[in-house]
Design a protein around this ligand. Structure first.
Ligand code: DCP
Ligand code: CA
Length: 616
């Protein structure tokens, strides 16, 4: 039975009743808003769904144009001119956005800025001054963060790498969205005739709906960049792989084929070289580079996008920085920058600007509005993602004090807010070592065979770290044994001696292989974020690779494994992974190595890289 049934009729051809199935009141983000859909009818199943969704989230749909309308929501392909002509207006006096606007608001659970370029319809007059300033889509507007760069920027600026988890997260989101759409469609097409139509056409209708879904675009884009290093188990093989039989049997007798095979072998040799894990990257590549200043400025921009959860731009900037690091000479002009792999026109312009002005205007604009600054602050709260930060903003909180005093916070969020300034500070290398020593003393006291290895950026030789990653292992122990001794003896002991300050609940579904919390030195003032990672001896090699990183290096290694018909994760390197259609993994494969870090490199054909050469 639908809750709070509210009938709203929409006029015109294909007129039918849309009954709102209102979501619970706190989620009704559109409450009080009146949407005028254009075209204003439900002839299209896709539009009908969009209207239905908006109503579910509290909007009213206007039957006719009038003063009560707050937003005009326009189908793809319709121009500003079409709207003004139809409504007999010179300009549209209310917010005018494209069809993606309501679903994006629902996704972010807040009312997004209607002025964002991504919602603009063709022919909309551009506000004065905007052309000269930062493009609206360049910097996330208040309460709203782009899920991907515009196509234009994407083409220009980057060859994008998309992580396995991100891709799969998005595929999963898309599948959930599809499921929801299908359910809604079935509910809407409720008469017998419509139900029959639904069963006959549901696939094509849903397909056509999904064609226009923003998530689908992302997935398509992810597919389009599938040859770039992804953190993926399910990557496609390249045709560069040549089977032994193909070479041995046919090479001699078919010269043409032999030539082709030779080319393919050569291609195979070179494609491997393109993986970042094949090349040495260390902090010197950074420090002594002719492009140090440019890299530093781009890094700040990268940090900004990273905090904002904009993984696309984050990766684009990383790629540019990585390309600049490899240059022995200073890259000063746009043309020079453009000649580097992975740098498109927009980033090339930025590089030129940095070199000639020693700064990046964009950086100064990045936190230009008060709301942007607040959002950035909220994004710095431990455990708060983009969604949570924009929700706080939409709920009217303006400062950390507001959050502390007025917002309902989870216990993790409260720790994050109260120790915001502590966690924001990098931890000097020698302090990381002292935390490691304290844990090591407690661990070995509990079991002399347990070992503590400091991983993360520390193991890569960083002079400071964002948090402390401690790998706890024992050659002969299972994870269960390690977890028991850690959680029953070591952690309580470390609390008792005043070193551990709090434990933080795992944000995602944990497998019991980690403990997150905060620690403080006896003579220290600051709380530090500390992770204890429980690793059985049989997996220590793979875990060392994973927890040493960096993340780009890891992605590169995983993709390389996948291209070689193997699979690498934090537990081991596996071979003979059986895959079905769409390369869906059917079996996890046979473990070939987990214990020996160097052996995993060897098996993958990657020259050994000491941890400090894994800074990509
Ligand atoms: N890691 C990864 N992919 C991620 C996150 C982490 O492969 N998305 C791996 C590589 C990292 C390691 O886990 O090096 C530890 O993660 P941290 O976030 O602690 O990153 P770092 O230790 O490298 O950097 P920082 O100094 O900021 O802590
Ligand atoms: Ca770390």
């Amino acid at each position: 039975m639908p809750r709070n049934k509210k009938a709203v009729s929409v006029s015109g051809k294909g007129k039918r009743q849309c009954a709102a199935r209102l979501v619970p009141e706190p989620q009704q983000i559109f409450k009080g808003l009146v949407f005028f859909f254009f075209p204003n009818n439900t002839a299209s199943a896709l539009r009908r769904l969009r209207i239905q969704r908006a109503l579910d989230y509290g909007a009213s749909a206007a039957e006719t144009w009038g003063d009560h309308v707050t937003h005009v929501i326009v189908d793809k392909g319709i121009t500003y001119h079409d709207v003004t002509k139809h409504l007999h207006l010179e300009t549209v006096p209310v917010a005018l956005v494209d069809e993606s606007y309501p679903s994006e608001c629902v996704k972010f659970r807040s009312i997004l800025n209607t002025a964002q370029v991504r919602f603009r319809i063709s022919g909309t007059p551009i506000p004065a001054g905007e052309k000269d300033s930062t493009p609206v889509d360049e910097v996330p507007a208040s309460g709203s963060l782009p899920i991907k760069p515009s196509r234009r920027e994407q083409q220009d600026e980057t060859q994008i790498q998309l992580s396995h988890t991100e891709l799969h997260g998005r595929v999963a989101e898309a599948q959930i969205a599809e499921q929801q759409l299908t359910e809604q469609l079935a509910l809407m097409l409720s008469t017998e005739e419509q139900a029959m139509k639904c069963s006959k056409d549901s696939y094509s209708i849903v397909e056509s709906i999904r064609e226009k879904d923003a998530l689908d675009e992302i997935i398509e884009e992810a597919k389009a960049v599938k040859d770039l290093p992804l953190d993926s188990d399910d990557e496609h093989h390249t045709t560069a792989e040549v089977s032994d039989s193909e070479v041995s049997e046919s090479s001699e007798s078919h010269p043409k084929r032999r030539k082709m095979n030779a080319r393919r072998i050569e291609a195979q040799a070179t494609w491997q070289q393109n993986f970042v894990c094949m090349q040495k990257h260390d902090s010197k590549t950074n420090a002594e580079n002719a492009n140090t200043r440019t890299i530093a400025v781009l890094q700040q921009m990268l940090d900004y996008y990273d905090r904002s959860g904009d993984q696309w731009r984050t990766l684009a900037y990383r790629k540019a920085i990585s390309a600049l690091r490899k240059q022995p000479k200073k890259i000063a002009t746009r043309a020079q920058a453009l000649s580097l792999p992975g740098i498109g026109t927009r980033l090339a312009d930025k590089i030129e600007e940095i070199v000639y002005t020693n700064r990046l205007r964009r950086l100064e604009n990045a936190n230009s509005t008060p709301e942007d600054r607040i959002l950035q602050t909220f994004l710095g709260v431990y455990g708060a993602g983009v969604l949570q930060a924009s929700r706080w903003l939409a709920q009217g909180y303006r400062s950390l004090e507001d959050l502390k005093n007025k917002a309902p916070l989870t216990s993790n969020q409260r720790v994050g807010v109260e120790h915001y300034h502590d966690f924001a500070q990098r931890i000097p290398r020698n302090e990381v070592e002292v935390h490691g020593e304290i844990v090591r003393a407690a661990v070995t006291k509990a079991d002399a065979e347990l070992q503590v290895i400091i991983g993360g950026s520390y193991r890569r030789g960083a002079s400071d770290s964002g948090d402390i990653d401690l790998i706890i292992t024992k050659p002969s122990a299972t994870i269960k044994q390690i977890r028991t001794i850690m959680l029953e003896t070591v952690v309580p002991g470390l609390f008792q001696q005043g070193f551990l300050q709090t434990s933080l609940a795992a944000t995602s579904r944990g497998d019991g292989s980690k403990w997150h919390g905060a620690s403080k030195l006896p003579d220290g003032r600051l709380w530090r974020r500390i992770d204890l990672l429980f690793v059985p001896g049989s997996e220590i090699g793979a875990a060392l690779i994973y927890f040493t990183g960096n993340d780009i290096f890891n992605r590169s290694m995983r993709l390389l494994a996948s291209k070689k018909g193997m699979r690498l994760n934090q537990r081991g390197l596996y071979a003979d992974v059986l895959r079905g259609p769409q390369r869906v993994k059917l079996t996890t494969g046979r473990l070939v190595e987990g214990r020996d870090e160097r052996r995993i490199f060897e098996l993958l054909g990657v020259p050994w890289r000491p941890p400090e050469h894994r800074i990509c």
